[in-house]
Design a protein around this ligand. Structure first.
Ligand code: PEP
Ligand code: MN
Length: 337
């Protein structure tokens, strides 16, 4: 249930409502809006009559939340809730394009990627220091050294860092280096990781699992949103289907649906969905046309020699070209780049 506060309800009244919600054994999450504040009361409130809430000073009305995911639902907020990454936002009119290598390989490689994608208009660099790999014999990332390279790249280029965290034990350390913590597709349902992420004051980018439903993605986000300071970006990266011609199957329908049912910003990773460079362009355009708030794109200064995912990585020139080709698409759907 959502408790909508009156426009002029002051902080004291808000806090009083929160106390009353908690006094009933429910969880209270305060969501501050531009026009008015609302308090989501989560838990079993079957026995509490609506009049109980309406009698509290400052309360305007109560609204039931019908969806399973309460805090991620658009019922809570009719507008997309922007997530700040340094000076930019994901979820406002301007599209947020995040780009960089699949994995951090060296200082030179990371810096070359960061400088080029920044020049082309990316708002952050992506790059894994800890890589979830299907095979234990594949390159699994430079780990702590990779994080240090990302931090140095940030210092030198000013470009904020999006990087993956694999397990709850690492969250505290990775959060010291990352501007945005990425939860990979394989970890979307690692609930102890999601719980841990809620404790940190860092935005989380959560990728849809390869066999997860959209509802499961939203419920995963819900774990993180239970903490009052949480900021979450959803990312679609393709799911596994019977189709073998693309690495994964990107569901544009899922994107359009998500934009209707959640207030969280949704971005698309065309690179992992495509598996090959030439398909990244049309998938990226389709995503923007269908309402994505941004993209996560793999870019490598030398894709031919990339440790991981070279075939789907754009060259810096290719990325620059993609950005140029995306601009008219963005404009056509009322977005800026
Ligand atoms: C990544 O973006 O680095 C990655 C590993 O992707 P995914 O989790 O979607 O496979
Ligand atoms: Mn990759």
């Amino acid at each position: 249930m959502i408790i909508v506060m009156q426009r002029d309800a002051d902080e004291e009244k808000i806090q009083h409502v929160i106390e009353r919600v908690e006094g009933k054994g429910l969880e209270a999450v305060l969501l501050r809006g531009e026009k008015r504040n609302v308090i989501a009361a989560i838990g079993d409130k079957r026995e509490i009559p609506t009049d109980y809430w309406l009698a509290i000073p400052g309360v305007e009305k109560t609204v039931p939340i019908l969806s399973k995911y309460k805090l991620a639902s658009r019922e809570i907020s009719p507008h997309t809730t922007p997530v700040r990454i340094d000076g930019n936002t994901v979820g406002e009119k301007a599209l947020a394009i995040i780009a960089g290598p699949c994995t951090v390989e060296s200082m030179e490689q990371t810096l070359a990627a960061a400088e080029s994608v920044r020049k082309s208009g990316a708002v952050a660099i992506r790059g894994g220091a800890y890589k979830p790999r299907s095979s234990p014999y594949s390159f699994r990332g430079l780990e702590k050294e990779g994080l240090e390279i990302l931090a140095e790249s940030r210092r030198l280029t000013g470009l904020p860092v999006v990087t993956e965290v694999l397990c709850p034990e690492d969250v505290e350390m990775v959060a010291q280096y990352a501007d945005v913590l990425q939860v990979g597709a394989r970890n979307m349902q690692n609930y102890s990781l999601l719980d841990e992420l809620g404790k940190y004051d860092r935005p989380v980018l959560i990728k849809r699992g390869i066999a997860a439903t959209v509802e499961e993605l939203l419920l995963a986000a819900e774990y993180i949103l239970r903490s009052a300071t949480a900021e979450v970006i959803l990312c679609l990266r393709g799911i596994r289907t019977f189709e073998e011609q693309t690495r994964f199957t990107l569901s544009i329908g899922a994107l359009a649906h998500l934009k209707q049912v959640t207030h969280l910003p949704v971005i698309v990773d065309p690179s992992h969905a495509a598996g090959e460079r030439s398909l990244v362009f049309p998938l990226a355009k389709a995503a923007i046309a269908a309402g994505a708030d941004g993209l996560l794109v793999e870019v490598h200064p030398d894709p031919e020699n990339a440790y991981v995912d070279g075939a789907q990585s754009l060259t810096p020139e290719g990325f620059d070209q993609l950005m140029k080709e995306l601009r008219p698409v963005a404009r056509a759907v009322g977005r800026e780049m």
